[in-house]
Design a protein around this ligand. Structure first.
Ligand code: HSE
Length: 295
């Protein structure tokens, strides 16, 4: 009647795949306990780690759970406990982990009536509470694992993209908060055709590289000419971190989701650790606190 789950952090956009591409991190995530109750309804009974509202309608995990609850109308209720490790506003899918965790847990307790795409559709409602827009590029990798491509939101279609075995991510999280809503507000509404061509050429190449384990192609494809030039201004020392990561063997480096976290991808664990050590030094010279980890 109770399930304890790990709901992973995720990296959205992956440089050239704004709002559609994402991947899952296996070392960092939230823990949640979902419990079936006789009392009907959805109740968030605990939220530890960060200051989160317990009212179901104001809580991301609560809102996605309610969307599922109202659609399935089960003959029971649910309690949700959230033990948050992923800081809200860190850019590694904090709200998505909450939104996905509750519906995944409920689905298990109900005997898996829904597939992962259906769960994503419920979780979108929770994610929308946090970022004020419906996007699934963090939700899908949290639910499906690995890399996912959100082919479309309506109707919801998610493609699983293979993950090369030796691909590692290094994430650095400067302890400042960037709200997704605000990081979206500064983006241009129109994009020059020339930039669009560069971006979709990189995006297609990245997907091809992931399918064929072609690390050099992945490297040539990990560029973002549309979003990064605007959002990088919100992240202190972004340029230095990126330059350092690339100098120390990263295939690419970019903003994780809407930031402030910055991800690098590498071929091999050793390279990832090199990048970790090098970018740590960049922030150590500043007065900004940070976390860094490899996944
Ligand atoms: N694709 C979204 C954005 C992800 O970049 O705004 C937010 O985590």
């Amino acid at each position: 009647n109770e399930i304890k789950i790990f709901s992973p952090a995720t990296v959205a956009n992956v440089s050239c795949g704004f709002d559609v591409l994402g991947f899952c991190l296996d070392t960092v995530g939230d823990e949640m306990v979902i419990r079936k109750t006789d009392k009907k309804g959805v109740f968030v009974t605990k939220a530890e780690g960060f200051n989160l509202p317990l009212e179901t309608e104001l809580n991301v995990a609560g809102v996605s759970a309610l969307a599922m609850y109202n659609a399935l109308k089960p003959d029971c209720g649910f309690e949700i406990e959230i033990y948050k490790n992923i800081k809200p506003g860190s850019g590694i899918g904090s709200s998505a982990a909450s939104a996905v965790g509750s519906v995944f847990g409920m689905n298990q307790l109900l005997g898996n009536p829904c597939n992962k795409t259906q769960l994503t559709a419920f979780a979108i409602k929770g994610e929308a509470l946090a970022s004020k827009c419906e996007h699934a590029d963090n939700l899908a990798p949290a639910l499906f694992g690995g890399f996912t491509l959100v082919k479309s939101i309506s109707p919801l279609e998610i493609l699983q993209i293979p993950t090369p075995n030796n691909l590692y991510a290094t994430i650095i999280h400067p302890q400042i908060e960037i709200k997704t809503v605000e990081a979206r507000a500064i983006l241009p509404k129109q994009v020059p055709l020339e930039d669009a061509i560069t971006q979709w050429s990189n995006f297609g190449s990245l997907i091809h590289g992931l399918h064929t384990n072609d690390y050099q192609l992945i490297k040539r494809a990990l560029h973002d000419v549309i979003i990064e030039p605007h959002r990088s201004q919100l992240i202190p020392y972004f340029k230095e971190v990126k330059q350092t990561a690339l100098q120390h063997g990263a295939l690419g480096c970019g903003i994780s989701g809407s930031g402030p976290s910055v991800f690098s991808l590498t071929e091999g664990l050793e390279q990832a650790k090199n990048v970790e050590a090098a970018i740590k030094k960049v922030y150590s010279k500043t007065n900004i606190e940070f976390d860094v980890f490899v996944s």
